[in-house]
Ligand binder design. Structure first.
Ligand SMILES: Cc1cc2nc3c(=O)[nH]c(=O)nc-3n(C[C@H](O)[C@H](O)[C@H](O)COP(=O)(O)OP(=O)(O)OC[C@H]3O[C@@H](n4cnc5c(N)ncnc54)[C@H](O)[C@@H]3O)c2cc1C
Length: 386
């Protein structure tokens, strides 16, 4: 029998969270195995044709506002500085329209906003000038925001990292278990690999493991579309976020998103949802009406009980060396790479320093009460063994 290969860390899941985690660990000299079910990296949520790199506006005292501002800076620095030569990021700016009452209040009343500095409050004329299309409401504008191709970033995070990462694609991990002081993953063909640390980066599918079936992660369906531009729409210069979003035309094509639905696991795009995605755009900009959808795609956000990701050590029994980086919802481009860095600092006992506040907001330790009550609700059933 051949001996199972051994790594410092095993990352389960080859999306942005897995790639960001593998990179951060490899940068510290650790050997890392990344396992991905599908034949290539980023086949799921991290595989959309485009993604917005855009902050979430909130007041300074709001934990999500502070987390997303830090995450935005982290991803922006990564793409616009560290990996700038790879041209992964189209920094065209982003206009945030008052799509909700909360945003309308922040735009018109609050002087205490955090997003991604610099953040500009524009009147409709100024917004129109920035966007290149008529905007009839006051808006926020983020000059440092923009869009990217998430799968390219996922691949680049691994390819540009130190060469201590091994990627196993077409390798679903059905289970993992304790092996001495470390972990063993066992694949469907009976082969296995060993790691001192295991990091679960499989989005909502993390709940398929017996040890983590209790983690509150919900899959929320999203459908997006690519559409050819019209003479009017091709003047759009920035990302625009309304109760959907549109990117500027790139090679004659816009990316338009995104529909949001609970309790729907249909992986096939539907005409009804394409119509909904387009009608949100047409309602906001009635003078655009003639875009032609060329393709649609469905994928799922992994949403958490408080809408913030779970990052860090899992609060389970016998959890030494077991971590999670998941639940990135609709903002994974600005939280998943940050999550990888936080986990790498935990594992290597590096001070969290500038990430201390973010790490405490996202800490998976906040699930400990939920874990305990799940276990006690199982009528004397013992905690799932590792
Ligand atoms: C429609 C839509 C639009 C979005 N738009 C934006 C946006 O504009 N900006 C933004 O910041 N965010 C956006 N997001 C969110 C962002 O895409 C996600 O938060 C991010 O991609 C999550 O990355 P992930 O690695 O956690 O998950 P995923 O990309 O889903 O990766 C998880 C991977 O784990 C693999 N896996 C799972 N279980 C196993 C196993 N047992 N063995 C092996 N492999 C396994 C899966 O196959 C998958 O590849 C959007 C999400 C959706 C659904």
């Amino acid at each position: 029998m051949t001996r199972a290969p051994s790594f410092d860390a095993i990352v389960i899941g080859g999306g942005l969270a897995g790639a960001g985690t593998a990179r951060a660990l490899a940068q510290r000299g650790l050997s890392v195995l990344v396992c991905e079910t599908h034949p290539h990296l980023a086949p799921k949520a991290s595989g959309n044709a485009r993604g917005l790199i855009m902050p979430y506006v909130a007041t300074h005292t709001s934990p999500p506002g502070r987390l997303y501002a830090r995450g935005f800076k982290f991803t922006h620095d990564l793409l616009a500085t560290e990996l700038n030569d790879l041209n992964l990021f189209e920094q065209c700016g982003a206009l945030q329209l008052p799509a909700t009452k909360r945003l309308a209040r922040l735009i018109t009343e609050s002087t205490d906003c955090i997003g991604a500095p610099p953040i500009h409050r524009l009147n409709p004329n100024e917004a129109t000038e920035r966007a290149g299309i008529t905007v009839s409401t006051p808006s926020f504008f983020f000059p440092d925001a923009g869009f990217c191709e998430p799968a390219k970033i996922t691949r680049a995070l691994i390819e540009s990292a130190p060469q201590t990462i091994t990627v196993w694609c077409s390798r679903h991990v059905p289970s993992f278990s304790r092996d001495g002081s470390g972990w063993r993953i066992t694949l469907a063909d009976g082969s296995s690999a060993l790691g001192a640390y295991t990091i679960l980066c499989g989005a909502h599918e993390i709940t398929s493991f017996p040890q983590t079936s209790w983690v509150p992660l919900e899959a929320i369906r999203g459908q997006t579309a690519l559409a050819t531009s019209s003479p009017v729409s091709q003047t759009i210069r920035t990302v625009i976020s309304y109760d959907g979003y549109i990117t500027p035309s790139h090679e004659g094509v816009h990316f338009i998103g995104a529909h949001y639905r609970h309790n729907d696991m249909n992986e096939t795009p539907t005409d009804e949802d394409t119509t909904e995605v387009l009608s949100r755009l047409y309602r906001t900009f009635p003078f655009i009406s003639d875009l032609r959808v060329t393709s649609s795609r469905v994928c799922f956000r992994a949403s958490t009980h408080d809408r913030m990701p779970y990052i860090g050590a899992l609060p389970t029994q016998d959890n030494e060396g077991l971590f999670i980086n998941a639940g990135h919802g609709s903002r994974g481009l600005i939280t998943a790479p940050l999550g990888g860095e936080i986990i790498a600092r935990h594992i290597t006992n590096e001070p969290l320093n500038d990430l201390k506040e973010s790490a405490s907001i996202v800490a998976a330790a906040r699930l400990s009460k939920r874990y305990e009550s799940t276990i006690s609700a199982r009528h004397g059933e013992r905690a799932p063994s590792q």
